[in-house]
Design a protein around this ligand. Structure first.
Ligand SMILES: CC(C)(COP(=O)(O)OP(=O)(O)OC[C@H]1O[C@@H](n2cnc3c(N)ncnc32)[C@H](O)[C@@H]1OP(=O)(O)O)[C@@H](O)C(=O)NCCC(=O)NCCS
Length: 156
């Protein structure tokens, strides 16, 4: 295997941005709602810098021989306060570069986010994916996550 999972540092930012662009390219195949604005890179850079600094967020990279081959971004979020479970760790991004897929890296990234959430006292993990992304859905259900919401969209 020979890959390692660690917290991302500033030096990893270009690799994460590169992977994010690949992730967007793959995701756009599922929905025209994911077309990017011309200044998307500036917006994404700011978002990532914020997540790297925040105490309630986690940015992880998977590396092989010091090269970034995957990453995850997670954020602790409030759920409506009426619910007993009123916080969750939401995985905003999960990506593994094509040649490194099906080696357990995606699952390891999820497990690392889960461990972090537990350390923070947060007992619920969530992630969203496209209904057609059967590969990702399989990884999440294998990780014993349960599908329970469907988002519906319409251009008006
Ligand atoms: C979804 C994604 C993150 C999964 O990452 P991954 O590293 O391939 O995931 P894993 O290796 O943990 O699991 C994938 C499969 O490999 C299998 N696997 C895990 N370790 C393995 C190993 N050592 N040898 C062979 N197969 C293995 C898993 O059982 C799983 O099998 P399945 O697809 O038949 O269910 C990756 O495919 C990806 O980045 N996709 C594009 C972006 C995307 O869709 N992201 C999610 C958006 S929410």
């Amino acid at each position: 295997m020979g890959f390692c999972i660690r917290k991302a540092q500033k030096v990893d930012v270009p690799a994460i941005i590169r992977e994010w662009e690949w992730l967007q390219r793959e995701s756009r195949a599922y929905s025209p709602a994911l077309q990017l604005k011309p200044n998307f890179k500036t917006i994404y850079r700011k978002y990532l810098a914020k997540r790297l600094k925040a105490r309630n967020a986690l940015v992880l990279v998977a590396t092989k021989k010091d090269r970034v081959v995957g990453h995850a971004v997670a954020n602790l979020m409030g759920v409506f306060a009426v619910f007993v479970i009123d916080k969750e760790a939401y995985v905003e991004e999960l990506f593994v570069e094509r040649p490194y897929r099906r080696k357990g890296i995606g699952t390891k990234l999820l497990a690392a986010v889960q461990a972090w959430a537990k350390r923070k006292g947060v007992r619920q993990l969530s992630i969203m994916t496209n209904t057609e992304n059967t590969r990702a859905r399989g990884v999440y259900t294998n990780f014993r996550m349960k599908e329970f919401l469907v988002k519906l969209i319409k251009r008006v």
